[in-house]
Design a protein around this ligand. Structure first.
Ligand code: BYC
Length: 471
């Protein structure tokens, strides 16, 4: 599949051979660039950033690094290579050839899935736009901006699908993707977590660990879609997602490492007294972002999810990976889903198709546990007894059976909403963190005092590299 890098919109979907589609996308491009200037990373648009740009769909093609001014970043449209005779992976039509065009009966559902996915991408850029002013190092600043340009590319990916397959409706939806705005009361983003502020770097690293991981799982289930252009688009997006997760998990690991070092230095193991971030505050941020991200899976008993699965529009995690599942129809069987009951907790049998959100959420949680284990290894290696943990999935929920009732992080019933609030970041936490992160650390090779130096290389480099050339 050839990649046209010289086109105004780099692509491997033969835009040169489809003048109508090319013109449509080119007519959306100025609005996108205006959005990027106005709601993208603040105060950094003229600097040269050492960024990875996708120039092809093979392994080498998306690992091309160079200095770029962000408004000149080559946002492109890339689909993973087509698989010959790919079948629909699940549901009533499992085994029949995947669709290359939108089937009329699934048009509304597909449009909705694509718009929901597309809406999260610009939302996250908007949420993170002010973080540059508090960056702990040039290394971290570069990583943030890398994540931002890639989320914007993911927006292009969804907009391509809307323009190429949904005609006039698609164009209107593409315009709305730039009209909604994170946190705006009158025209907010579609999903809850994408309207929450990301004001500090702790929010950012937690968001990249927990919310980007929801992205990974949702993209993986859309990569199983019987609508082949969506599946191929999401498969390529997944290659970029891995870096976002490592930025999040690695960022928290470095904070934990620094915290552990400062705790060891203090007679009362008080990291805050030594100028670091204490584990109790870190735990409140984990509680917040993990529970917000669980809500992104929708209800564990969902007729929408059942319809998506039945229609073959959305599969389970790795639905088509050989050896993973025997049954791709899920007409029989149940999954136990818990909810509050008069006498505490009840477990209800939910038919499997209706429970696919719960299956995806539980697979996600198992992967989140691994991040926690990595962070806790750092504490154990330092000889400290405290640990971080994931709160119970009952805690702080706004979607699903536990919405509207109060549960503690350990899963026991809370006496009051105030008790719950004490387990989440407080106004005092934000004020304290904002004071700690009140200015960016932008000298080459330097790092803020509340986070350890990185150990994960970017294109072979660690901290001592000029990742950003200021204008
Ligand atoms: N907030 O049957 P239900 C990413 C709505 S992140 C607000 O329970 P369903 C990224 C729902 O729309 C991945 N509303 O759930 C990460 C429905 O509305 P209607 C994004 C919510 O429909 C970091 C009603 O509640 N991708 O990529 O099975 C940086 C009942 O719904 C929420 C996707 O989400 C919520 N949290 O599943 C950048 C994939 N949850 O019908 C990017 C596409 C549910 O009553 N989306 N509702 O009007 C989907 O697959 C599904 O829409 C959902 C919800 C998983 C979100």
């Amino acid at each position: 599949m050839s990649v046209d890098l010289d086109a105004r919109i780099p692509n491997n979907v033969d835009l040169a051979g489809d003048a109508r589609l090319r013109r449509a996308l080119e007519s959306w491009q100025p609005a996108f660039l205006r959005w990027w200037e106005e709601r993208g990373p603040e105060g950094l648009q003229r600097d040269e950033i050492y960024l990875r740009t996708a120039v092809g769909v093979d392994r080498r093609g998306w690992a091309h690094y160079d200095y770029v001014r962000m408004p000149e970043y080559r946002w492109g449209i890339f689909l993973a290579p087509a698989e010959a005779d790919r079948p629909i992976a699940c549901g009533d039509a499992a085994g029949r050839p995947a669709w290359q065009q939108v089937p009329g009966e699934h048009r509304a559902a597909l449009r909705r899935l694509i718009v929901t996915q597309g809406d999260t991408e610009p939302a996250s850029v908007e949420q993170q736009r002010k973080l540059g002013a508090r960056a702990p190092s040039l290394y971290d600043l570069r990583n943030l901006l890398q994540v931002n340009v890639e989320e914007a590319r993911h927006l292009w990916a969804m907009v391509y699908l809307l323009f190429s397959h949904f005609g006039r409706d698609g164009r209107e939806e593409a315009e709305s993707l730039l009209a909604r705005e994170s946190g705006e009361p009158d025209h907010p983003r579609i999903l809850g977590a994408f309207n929450r502020p990301i004001a500090t770097w702790l929010d950012f690293f937690c968001f990249a660990t927990f919310t980007d991981r929801d992205g990974k799982y949702q993209l993986a289930s859309l990569a199983e879609s019987g609508f082949d252009p969506l599946a191929r688009t999401c498969r390529f997006m997944l290659t970029e997602e891995a870096h976002h997760l490592s930025v999040g998990e690695g960022g928290i690991r470095r904070i934990v490492a620094r915290t552990a070092e400062l705790m060891k230095r203090d007679p009362n193991e008080d990291a805050r007294a030594q100028g670091g971030i204490d584990l109790a505050l870190l735990q409140r941020f984990v509680n917040h972002w993990y529970s917000e991200s669980l809500d992104l899976f929708g209800s564990p008993d969902s007729s929408n999810a059942a319809s998506y699965f039945a229609a073959g529009l959305k599969g389970r995690y790795q639905e088509s990976k050989p050896g993973t599942y025997d049954d791709h129809e899920l007409l029989d069987g149940v999954y136990l889903v818990e909810g509050p009951a008069a006498a505490g907790i009840e477990r209800r049998e939910v038919p499997l198709r209706r429970a696919t959100n719960a299956l995806l959420q539980d697979a996600y949680t198992r992967e989140c546990e691994k991040s926690l284990a990595h962070w806790n290894q750092v504490l154990a290696a330092a000889g400290l007894s405290q640990r971080l943990s994931l709160p119970s999935p009952r805690f702080n929920r706004k979607i699903g059976p536990f919405a509207g009732s109060a549960w503690r992080p350990d899963g026991s019933p809370a006496a009051s909403a105030a008790e719950l609030a004490a387990q989440l970041p407080t106004a005092a936490d934000f004020a304290w963190l904002e004071a700690l992160q009140d200015r960016p650390v932008l000298a080459r090779g330097q790092c803020a005092s509340w986070i350890a130096a990185p150990t994960h290389r970017i294109d072979g480099q660690l901290l001592d590299f000029e990742y950003v050339r200021r204008a």
